[in-house]
Design a protein around this ligand. Structure first.
Ligand code: PEP
Length: 251
């Protein structure tokens, strides 16, 4: 059985005092939840604080983006090795906000995925369709293209050391959640596509669902067979909400 992972994506939110209060509560309560993995993906400037507060806890941490090159003249960018220096285990790549607001292509996202893995990080590859793509029946084509860019660059076995997050763009930050059946259909499609290349990798692959997950809907989403946890935006900023979602993910 795949162990569930609940990962928070703080996006561009946070402040030293608020982070301290949130992380202390989360770290304390996660000690009582051995049946689920938990992580927070925080803004770069808070990685040192997060490492300090979570170092001896059951909660892991990561970043929200990484540059595709190992180092160089890329003003304002952050390399994977720098994330390792601050104890990151995970890094998001290809979040829909990066794809839509910063024009990140699937090819670039695949290169970021490669850079993260090369440094020893576990990339969380975010994929998902917009509302118009869903309404025109293109969900599977879109998700396949985003996934295949990584498989083409690195092979299906690269997914052994990674996590996928299916996040329908129309459900992110909107309060509209995919129904468990809608999410399951896409998760099953993703797993079958990977299984067509490598059955073992597909069987072990954790596919998170993201898009307006909250305490009130987490349990029904996590109950379907191919959802292996959640990528949580807004609700990850509220300790009780986030912890209730983690609790729903316990095996
Ligand atoms: C996200 O940012 O990945 C996300 C799923 O956000 P929210 O939970 O707020 O919809």
């Amino acid at each position: 059985m795949r162990r569930k992972l609940v990962a928070g994506n703080w996006k561009m939110h946070g402040a030293l005092a608020r982070n301290q209060a949130l992380l202390s509560v989360v770290a304390g309560r996660m000690a009582q939840m051995p049946g689920v993995d938990c992580a927070v993906c925080v803004p770069f400037p808070y990685l040192a604080q997060t490492q300090h507060l979570l170092r001896d806890s059951a909660v892991q941490w990561g970043a929200q983006d990484v540059h595709q090159q190992a180092e160089g003249a890329y003003t304002g960018e952050v390399a994977a090795s720098m994330l390792c220096d601050f104890g990151c285990r995970y890094v998001l790549v290809g979040h829909s906000e990066r794809r839509s607001l910063y024009g990140e292509s699937s090819q670039l996202v695949a290169e970021k995925f490669a850079a993260a893995q090369k440094a020893g990080l576990l990339p969380i590859l975010c994929i998902g369709e917009t509302l118009s793509q869903r309404e025109s029946g293109a969900t599977e084509v879109v998700v396949a293209e985003q996934l295949d860019a990584v498989i083409k660059l690195l092979g299906a076995r690269s997914l052994r050391d990674a996590v996928l997050a299916y996040e329908p763009v129309w459900a992110i930050g909107t309060g509209k959640t995919a129904s468990p059946a809608q999410a399951q259909a896409v998760h099953a499609f993703i797993r079958q596509r990977v299984a067509g290349l490598d059955a073992d990798v597909a069987q072990g692959l954790r596919i998170l669902y993201g898009g307006s997950v909250k305490a009130a809907n987490a349990a029904e989403l996590f109950a379907v067979p191919d959802i292996d946890g959640g990528l949580i935006g807004g609700a990850s900023l509220v300790a009780d909400e986030f912890l209730a979602i983690c609790n729903a993910g316990q095996n």
